[in-house]
Design a protein around this ligand. Structure first.
Ligand code: DCP
Ligand code: MG
Length: 346
């Protein structure tokens, strides 16, 4: 029989999927300071160290009261907090700051790499390569990539061969970075919930004309309750248990072409079609048809380019897709580990 206490959320639980994760955390100062170290390790490609700090931050975010010298012992019992991290936390309790975090924030290399990493399409590996070429600022990158509204006009369209091939390349192709740079100011503006809902409504109205009766859920940070999102992620399926799979097949490409022709989608960074997906199941990419696009609302003034991801799932995969795309990243990672431990998956 399942132990009912297992279903209780506890901040002491090992996996993020067993813990409550409040939007506002009591130990934000400490979490922010440790997150600098997480980010630094991530930008330098030190994945194991980055993950250790990411776990620590996740545990701290779930901890229900201010961390002090008195309850630090309780913290150390919590899985995910190692000796090294614990000494950083001690430092924060006594000094109100972590020396290494402050040093990192002041470092020009960290500043350049994290600035580059804010651009859509530029991950840590590309950021380091650009730094090695002597580039230091966003202005340098704009010149290097010749990225502006004119040079991206008409580019990254649904028929662009780079777009459909982007899944095969390891990392984003230059056109994605070019779009990310040219539209960086729009992309840095967060999307309020009401606008997320309006974008969703517009997309589903257009889809209804192509394939009536589809169902959808807005996932990502929006579904976790974030008041502002960086992009909009929508999972789409068809409830017809018999014909649903067939009705969804190829619909992603069809919808994106349609939205593009209406000027609602302005750029397509990635578009995976049905037949290519199984063979390319690698890394964090799942096997679903999806499109990573740039979207603008029809009547908006001034128009702001928004990132929109559309993911298509067959009826039987719909709710797993919704769960898998709701996040957070740590929740998804721990959900997999938890399911493995439970032997729910191989
Ligand atoms: N996701 C994941 N692993 C990753 C990246 C994403 O499991 N490495 C999943 C969980 C995320 C979802 O995909 O919630 C959407 O990713 P986003 O990058 O859109 O992140 P969020 O929607 O969580 O936040 P926001 O879009 O506001 O930045
Ligand atoms: Mg999102």
């Amino acid at each position: 029989d399942p132990d009912p206490s297992e279903n209780q959320l506890s901040y002491k639980a090992r996996y993020a999927c067993q813990r409550a994760t409040p939007l506002v955390c009591t130990n934000q100062g400490l979490a922010t300071e440790l997150d600098v170290l997480r980010k630094q390790r991530e930008l330098e490609g030190e994945h194991v160290n980055a993950l250790a700090y990411e776990r620590a931050v996740a545990v701290i975010k779930a901890f229900p009261e201010p961390i002090t010298a008195n309850n630090l012992g309780e913290m150390s019992e919590v899985s995910g907090i190692g000796k090294k991290t614990l000494s950083k936390i001690e430092e924060y309790i006594t000094a109100g700051t972590i020396a290494e975090s402050q040093k990192t924030l002041a470092s020009s290399r960290f500043q350049a790499l994290s600035t580059f990493n804010t651009v859509y399409g530029i991950g840590p590996v590309t950021a380091r390569q650009l730094y090695d070429k002597g580039l230091r600022t966003l202005e340098h990158l704009v010149t290097y990539y010749d990225a502006n509204l004119t040079t991206i006009a008409g580019a990254a369209n649904p028929d662009d061969s780079n777009v459909t091939a982007s899944m095969k390349t390891n990392g984003a192709p230059d056109m994605t970075i070019k779009v990310g740079l040219a539209l960086r100011e729009d992309f840095s503006r967060t999307i309020p919930r009401a606008e997320v809902e309006e974008m969703h409504r517009v997309v589903m109205t257009e889809l209804e004309m192509l394939q009536p009766g589809c169902i959808s859920t807005i996932v990502g940070g929006y579904r976790r309750g974030k008041p502002e999102s960086n992009d909009v992620d929508i999972i789409i399926s068809h409830p017809d248990q018999k014909e649903g799979k067939q009705k969804i097949k190829g619909l992603c490409t069809k919808l994106v072409r349609h939205l593009y022709s209406k000027g609602l989608v302005t750029h397509v960074m990635h578009l995976s079609s049905f037949h290519e997906h199984n063979a390319l199941r690698t890394g964090h990419w799942d096997s679903l048809e999806k499109a990573l696009t740039v979207f603008v609302l029809p009547e908006q003034k001034p128009r702001i380019h928004r990132r929109l991801d559309l993911i298509f799932a067959s009826p039987e995969a719909y709710w797993t897709a919704v769960t898998g795309w709701t996040g957070s990243k740590m929740f998804e990672r721990d959900l997999r580990l938890w399911a493995k431990e439970k032997k729910y998956v191989a």
